[in-house]
Design a binder for this molecule. Structure first.
Ligand code: SAM
Length: 359
């Protein structure tokens, strides 16, 4: 990292949902502030990413200081980058990009060619498809390809002649290209929202096999038409589905689902369950209070829940919801892990996960 031209800014790139740059920027400023690192952000509305530029330190040192992707709600990916490199030579973009990569390390586990996840950037897909094969060949020939424990190389294209070149760190990054899981809509699923819970399982669970095992019990609040229940049933979990709306009949035929037509805020299980999932469309603070209560009373061991964000002051609202849950857990808070993420399948909403540690 020492031969780097010092006029090149060193940025922390955060990929996010288009339209959420302001929240992503507020969050990275707050986190880096807590880590004692000052800097500024570039966050163009609807660009699908935010760049944080530290004033006095190398971006990658933020990893050593404890900046973690899992602690960021609005960021899908965390990349320590050089650039942007503009006016890449059309005749050979590969060599300058690989040269920049050499400033970041001498071995990479793989190379991701990426753009922001926005409609504007979609037009770059054709270019990237053509560029991928020659780049891959050059990357393999360069001797830069290492092992899975090495950092991943990211070429984040802003246009066909401008890109950031960065790395993400194993264990502190998202394994998916552009931070997006490629999930297939499962045959027979009653709603697209099923993918939200599937992505939440992939995002939050370190031990999916143990966390989702046959014979477990679950409550699905706001279950209709049944996309989330479908995911639980896929793991042979017994579900009490609470919703006044109609549930997909095939779910009831599995023998694993009981449908209760009642108010999600009034229902309490006769005995504690392994899982609570909640996708009720309501004010986020009200959902947070409900989750806090179920958790504090020990009615569920784990919960995944969606918070539908308001139009304004969205980041403030997220913080308020976290505080509501934390306040409800009070002195027992350390017995729990609490995390939030705006998933790819989330729209103007975020997903929360809380679990009680096993003692
Ligand atoms: N997760 C579901 C799926 O995957 O198919 C979609 C849930 S949908 C976004 C929200 C559901 O919450 C609606 O079916 C609605 O009837 C239900 N709902 C809203 N308020 C409710 C309440 N107070 N009690 C029970 N259900 C409620």
């Amino acid at each position: 990292m020492n031969t780097l031209n010092t006029d090149i800014p060193r940025s922390v790139l955060l990929y996010c949902r288009g339209g959420f740059e302001k929240e992503c920027a507020a969050e990275i400023l707050e986190r880096t502030g807590e880590l004692g690192v000052s800097g500024y952000v570039k966050a163009k509305p609807d660009s699908g990413f935010v760049a944080f530029i530290p004033h006095a330190t190398e971006a990658v040192s933020l990893h050593d200081r404890g900046l973690r992707l899992k602690d960021l709600i609005f960021a899908r990916q965390l990349v320590f980058a050089l650039g942007p490199f503009t006016e890449l030579p059309v005749a050979d973009r590969t060599q300058p990009l690989l040269q920049a990569a050499r400033h970041l390390g001498d071995r990479f586990s793989e190379a991701f060619l990426e753009t922001a996840d926005t409609n504007g950037a979609k037009s770059l897909a054709v270019f990237l498809r053509k560029f991928a094969a020659p780049f891959d060949r050059a990357f393999k020939d360069s001797g830069l390809l290492g092992s899975p424990s090495d950092p991943r190389l990211h070429l984040f294209f802003l246009s066909s002649i401008a890109a950031y070149v960065g790395i993400s760190i194993p264990g502190n990054s998202c394994p998916w290209l552009m931070g997006i899981p490629r999930l297939k809509f499962p045959r027979g699923a009653p709603s697209r929202s099923t993918l939200k819970l599937e992505e939440a399982f992939l995002t939050f669970l370190d031990d999916p096999k143990e966390s989702l095992s046959p014979g477990m019990t679950a409550v699905d609040l706001g279950a209709a038409p049944g996309g989330w229940t479908f995911q639980l049933v896929k793991h042979h979990i017994k579900v009490t589905a609470v919703d006044n709306g109609k549930l997909e009949p095939a779910l009831l035929d599995t023998g694993l689902v009981e449908h209760l037509r009642m108010d999600a805020f009034r229902y309490r299980p006769p005995k504690p369950v392994d899982w609570l999932v909640c996708d009720v469309v309501e004010q986020p603070a009200r959902i947070a209070a409900l989750i806090g209560e179920w958790t504090a009373l020990g009615l569920c061991r784990r919960a995944i829940f969606n918070l539908k964000l308001p139009m304004n002051k969205r980041y403030e609202e997220v913080k308020r919801c976290r505080e509501i849950i934390e306040a409800r857990l009070g002195r027992t808070l350390n017995d729990y892990s609490l995390a939030f993420k705006q998933l790819y399948h989330d729209r103007a909403e975020i997903t929360g996960y809380i679990s009680r540690h096993i003692r």
